[in-house]
Design a protein around this ligand. Structure first.
Ligand code: MTE
Ligand code: MO
Length: 325
């Protein structure tokens, strides 16, 4: 083992070291960073072994007859290349780099159930077929903005969160909702990186009135087919006016509450990852400006198209009334 090269943080390619990763590494995992470096190097070598290797599982079911909602058919930018989106992910259950698409294939998605409970009149447990049968599916092209200042444009497939609200009928005390991601410590572990001390499972939350907003969406597909595992199969949240970390992946439980829930990033570092986390260009992250963003593209990230960040990620007309600014 003595000859194994252990990269220092500054030797890891820029695309691998992201602000969210850097936070975890610096604050809690300096010791295990050597392991992370090995894991990252191993991962990218695997990624290079075969040119024909596909980041998108070829067995994913296509949604044939789902229409694009004309109200959300276009944004100001072209849709992001599907392969770029499929190999540049945040999914810390499977590692601390962007290159987790391969590791994420270990996520077991068969017989998936989503339990909806808490302060509701009709608690329910759904399987994926229930969603497909009960709720009309639609496609929506949304802008996506990570708190790390990278961005993309994605055609999601799914249904508005409001459908679940109407089905389970939250009581008047249910002012908040919590989304809980799949977690199994034997499966969801980033290769080479000890992430075991993070506040798992990954959780996120919204106010119930935010969840009822017409933009708030559950995606069960992307680019015309089921979600690849790295994007949070089989069902994830999409709240496009908020930073990407608000959109929990691979949801197993939805809980209505009378209080603001503790969430993953907010528990780790509340001053950097607020509960509200709306996209606001004039509110800098404590460690970087949010005034501009880069659309993920080909080549190194410093070459990606840089744009001004839009208030509420361009969705002010839908959500500005929810907030005092
Ligand atoms: N369960 C879970 N959900 C998650 C994350 C995660 O690490 N675990 N990362 C979040 C962050 S920081 C971002 S930017 C988006 C990334 O989604 P994508 O990889 O599909 O682009 O997922 C969000 N949802
Ligand atoms: Mo993110």
């Amino acid at each position: 083992m003595a000859n194994i090269h252990i990269p220092k943080t500054w030797e890891i390619p820029e695309r691998e070291v992201t602000p969210e990763t850097a936070f975890i590494n610096r604050r809690r995992f300096l010791k295990s960073l050597a392991g992370a470096g090995l894991g990252i190097a191993g991962g990218s070598m695997l990624g290079c072994t075969s040119e024909s290797e596909s980041q998108i599982d070829p067995n994913l079911m296509q949604f044939e007859s789902v229409d694009r909602n004309p109200a959300f058919a276009k944004v100001d930018r072209p849709i992001t290349d599907e392969v770029l989106a499929a190999k540049y992910n945040n999914f810390y259950e499977f590692g601390g780099s962007k290159s987790i698409w391969e590791a994420a294939q270990a996520l077991p998605t068969e017989n998936w159930k989503v339990e909806v409970l808490g302060l509701v009149r009709n608690p329910r447990t759904y399987d994926l077929d229930d969603f497909k049968k009960k709720f009309p599916l639609e496609e929506r092209v949304y802008r996506f903005r990570c708190v790390e200042a990278w961005a993309m444009v994605v055609p999601w497939l799914g249904f508005p969160m409001k459908r679940i609200i109407d089905d389970v009928e939250p009581t008047s005390e249910a002012r908040y909702v919590r989304f809980i991601s799949y977690y199994n410590r034997n499966i969801t572990k980033g290769p080479g990186l000890s992430l075991s001390r993070l506040p798992w499972p990954y959780t996120e939350g919204l106010r119930t009135d935010e969840m009822a907003n017409e933009l708030a969406f559950f995606a069960i597909g992307i680019y015309g087919h089921e979600l690849p595992k790295q994007h949070g199969a089989p069902i994830r949240e999409v709240v496009p006016w908020k930073y990407g970390f608000k959109g929990a992946k691979s949801i197993v439980k939805i809980e209505f509450l009378n209080h603001q829930p503790k969430t993953f990033w907010n528990t780790l570092q509340p001053s950097e990852y607020g509960f509200e986390a709306n996209v606001e260009p004039d509110v800098p992250h404590p460690r970087w400006s949010q005034a501009t963003e880069r659309m993920i593209g080909h080549g190194p990230s410093f070459m990606w198209d840089r744009r001004d960040t839009l208030l509420y990620n361009g969705y002010a007309e839908y959500v500005a009334h929810l907030y005092d600014r």
